[in-house]
Write a protein that binds this ligand. Structure first.
Ligand code: APR
Length: 245
């Protein structure tokens, strides 16, 4: 359990934190996602046009997630939570690697690939503990099931909750996101003025907005170093010697 008034670390993660677990990022492959155009497999129009192709695409992604394992970055964040620091994770990722590493407070801004949902009622959601979604799999209201993920052009229902969490941060740790997608990228502006922020990403020197510390390292290298420092000092501050690496 966290101590009352424990320092509050809010972590915003993107595809980069799962890269070392073998799950490819989005923008490294010139707009293709595993050789599929985003429009064809990650939009409501693509699903309406060819639902079977979209369902098969997410089945493949889901099996990739099930084969993947949390890496040192996921594990370090769970370790920090066990050390008594309050850690809230807001992830753009649809995988469950934060949860499998042991993190208990995870908000999936763009949904979860291991959940299916009704295509007519967002409240009807079904865990996919095994297998995938087939054409003809229907919800309790008889409509086709779809992956419980946010497609391009769809609203981000959890964005308000995410803003409320960031607004309570003492430290904002951003890991492995190009900050290219709205509204996720706007979350950085919700942090309290007195909060510090740091970006861990090999491209941090190019990506970090003004006033944000930068650690140009992979998640697996940078996050454990920060966690080790924060556990040793018990304070969520930025170690100058570790930044701008
Ligand atoms: N460690 C840390 N960061 C890494 C690593 C790594 N090992 N490898 C790559 N990165 C960084 C890249 O430099 C890049 O800045 O991860 C970032 C990945 O950026 P994107 O591919 O744009 O992924 P993301 O920011 O999560 O995309 C946001 O866009 O496609 C939609 O809904 C999808 O959630 C996704 C959203």
């Amino acid at each position: 359990m966290e101590e009352q008034g424990a320092p509050h670390l809010v972590v915003l993660t993107g595809a980069g934190i799962s890269a070392e677990s073998g799950i490819r990022t989005f923008r490294a492959s010139d707009g293709l996602w595993e050789e599929h155009s985003i429009e064809a497999v990650a939009t409501p129009e693509g699903f309406a046009r060819d639902p079977e192709r979209v369902l098969r695409f997410y089945d493949e992604r889901r099996e990739q997630v099930r084969r993947a394992a949390p890496n040192a970055a996921h594990r370090a964040l769970a370790e920090l939570e066990r050390a008594g620091i309050r850690v809230s994770i807001i992830t753009q990722n649809i995988d469950d690697l934060h949860e499998r590493a042991g993190s208990r407070d995870v908000l999936h801004l763009h949904g979860e690939i291991l959940m299916a949902r009704s295509s007519v009622d967002d409240a009807l959601r079904y865990p996919l503990s095994s297998g995938g979604i087939r054409l003809g799999d229907v919800c309790d209201k008889g409509s086709q099931l779809r992956p419980d993920v946010v497609w391009f052009g769809e609203s981000v229902p959890r964005y308000g909750d995410a803003c409320d969490i960031v607004a309570e941060a003492d430290m904002l740790l951003v890991v492995g996101t190009s900050l290219a997608v709205m509204p996720a990228a706007l979350l950085l502006e919700q942090a309290p003025l007195e909060a510090q922020a740091v970006l861990v990403d090999p491209e941090a020197n190019d990506l970090a907005p003004p006033g944000v510390g930068r650690m140009a390292l992979s998640a697996g290298q940078g996050v454990p170093r920060l966690v080790k420092y924060w556990r040793a000092t018990g304070r969520l501050e930025l170690p100058n010697d570790l930044l701008s690496l």
